[in-house]
Write a protein that binds this ligand. Structure first.
Ligand code: UD1
Ligand code: CA
Length: 508
């Protein structure tokens, strides 16, 4: 389709939205991780207008900056005290350089599912047929509240009549005005000068432009669409949820058609900006938010929420809550894992069960498998952090960094008190509080040596189940020794390696 650039798209967003019952202006409420107005502006921009104008009034202090944030080139126009969609468009046009020539498209800031293709089609039909006005209409089951399309005997569009101004015959019409239009700029400007406020609501109705354009000899036509969702506005939070669910359903359908497996679409939620590779599998109860990207063949879920997270090819992320993190290809995360901002896990690495990470770069093949906190740290490649290790990064006033080399083995239940550096290939003994740097290849031990006080339980806890169990065990040992004075050492009963602190220190 070759269509000239529309002169402008005017997005109306000055209304109050009282039915939302919210401190937040209606058009700033979100579905799919984007404001209603953001959706409307995205669609408007997609038809490449020379000017994109957003008309604001209620909640201006928050809506206007949002407009600029979404699209720095958009023009913010203020509506004055005169109410109505007609006045809103007039105020929008007043913000543009004169004379405006060509096609002006009008849309609403609270209609989030309108698609660029629909607008392109509207403009194409409008220009092809040389219309003065083309209005997007739809047949709905319940037209209550909408403006009705009044057609002549030959099917010509004569006018739009608002619900409150309509007679009984007009109210029975099920073809409604969506509020989306293409206008010839000159016709629109001239007609708006004649629009008054003599109606049930005392407002300047944009819909009056249709009859005025006809009177001036212009062609007025309807462009009817079947996909009613695209014309639906959000007025309250019930509609907000309904539209959000429909948007999600549509997004998931697109992803599935592009090669993503979604096990349970009804419990899977994706934001508009989420990118999913081929053969990605989304397990039930997965929410992917913001600019999350899941690369080919990765599996996410069940029960996982990721916001602005990148998951590399073939990685598995199970029962995880994460934000602003990067997971390398082939890596494993979860279950029950909390990834905080700045977490970067290398290829084939692992962040396992009940582990929290923050601002932590964990190298290729390195593992933090169980019950640990890793904060403000970098870890080289192929290192293993034993279960229940804590990176003690906070001294009560400031945060400090820990640097761990490659192929390091940190013993279970270690406290690594930052600032700290552990060199390549070093080991630490389980249960150590490591406060000093460990050179490459060293074994750091920082704990009291074990002392066994023999017979303590039988003496001090005499008669308890513990004491009785100990007595039985010792008696059995003695009996065995009398039977076999020189007991054989088997593999199951190794010598206690009292001097080697690495014994049983590590978990993988
Ligand atoms: C309007 C149409 C109606 C149509 C319906 C579709 C008119 C007179 N009526 O009805 O035919 O079926 O939309 O949803 O146009 N707005 C402003 N400034 C205003 C008033 C509204 O910017 O002074 C904006 C609102 O923020 C909203 C849009 O225009 O985005 C529509 O306003 P709303 O009050 O919902 O229009 P309706 O009266 O329901
Ligand atoms: Ca409305």
């Amino acid at each position: 389709m070759s269509t000239a650039r529309p002169a402008a798209v005017v997005v109306l967003a000055a209304g109050e939205g009282t039915r939302m019952k919210s401190a937040t202006p209606k058009v700033l409420h979100e579905i799919g991780g984007r404001s209603l107005l953001g959706h409307a502006m995205q669609t408007a921009r997609a038809v490449d207008p020379q000017h994109l104008v957003v008309v604001v009034r209620h909640g201006r202090d928050r809506v206007a900056p949002h407009v600029t944030e979404v699209d720095p080139d958009a023009v913010v126009a203020d509506q004055d005290d005169t109410p109505g969609t007609g006045r809103a468009v007039q105020c929008g046009l007043a913000a543009l350089p004169e004379p405006l020539e060509g096609t002006v498209v009008v849309t609403y800031g609270d209609v989030p599912l309108l698609q660029p293709d629909t607008l392109t089609e509207l403009v194409t039909v409008h220009e092809r047929d040389g219309n003065a006005v083309t209005v997007v209409t739809a047949e709905v089951a319940d037209p209550t509240g909408y403006g009705r399309v009044v057609r002549g005997p030959g099917g010509d569009v004569l006018a739009i009549v608002e619900q409150k101004d309509a007679d009984e015959t007009q109210r029975a019409v099920r073809e409604i005005n969506s509020g989306i239009y293409a206008f010839d700029a000159a016709t629109l400007t001239e007609a708006l000068k004649k629009v008054g406020t003599d109606n049930a609501q005392g407002e300047m109705y944009l819909t009056d432009v249709l009859a005025l354009a006809r009177d001036a000899g212009g062609r007025v036509a309807a462009h009817t669409i079947d996909d009613v969702w695209q014309t639906e506005g959000v007025n309250d939070r019930v509609q907000l949820a309904r539209m959000g669910a429909e948007l999600n359903r549509r997004l998931l359908e697109q992803h599935m058609r592009a090669g993503v497996t979604v096990i349970d679409p009804s419990t899977t939620w994706v934001d508009v900006q989420v990118e999913l590779g081929r053969d990605v599998v989304l397990q039930p109860s997965t929410q992917l938010q913001g600019e999350t990207r899941i690369e080919d063949g990765a599996t996410v879920g069940p029960d996982t929420t990721l916001c602005d997270v990148v998951v590399g090819e073939g990685a598995h992320v199970v029962r995880t809550h994460g934000s602003e993190a990067r997971i390398g290809a082939g890596a494993n995360v979860g279950p029950f894992t909390y990834l905080r901002p700045g977490t970067v896990l290398g290829e084939d690495g692992k962040i396992g069960a009940f582990v929290e990470t923050k601002n932590a770069q964990i190298g290729k093949g390195s593992k933090v498998p169980h019950l640990s906190y890793v904060g403000d740290a970098d870890i080289g490649e192929g290192s293993n952090i034993g279960a229940a290790t804590v990176f003690v990064n906070y001294d009560g006033v400031a945060k400090h960094h820990t640097s761990i080399g490659s192929h390091v083995r940190v013993g279970s239940d270690s406290m690594l008190v930052a600032p700290l550096t552990i060199g390549d290939g070093a080991y630490t003994a389980a249960g150590s509080v490591i406060v000093d740097d460990v050179p490459p290849g060293a074994m750091a031990v920082a704990r009291g040596r074990q002392r066994n006080v023999e017979g303590w339980v039988q003496r001090r806890r005499a008669g308890t189940p513990a004491a009785l169990a100990a007595e039985r065990a010792l008696a059995a040992q003695q009996a065995q020794q009398t039977e076999r004075p020189e007991p054989q050492q088997t593999e199951d009963q190794p010598h206690a390696e009292q001097q080697d602190p690495s014994k049983g220190e590590h978990t993988e």
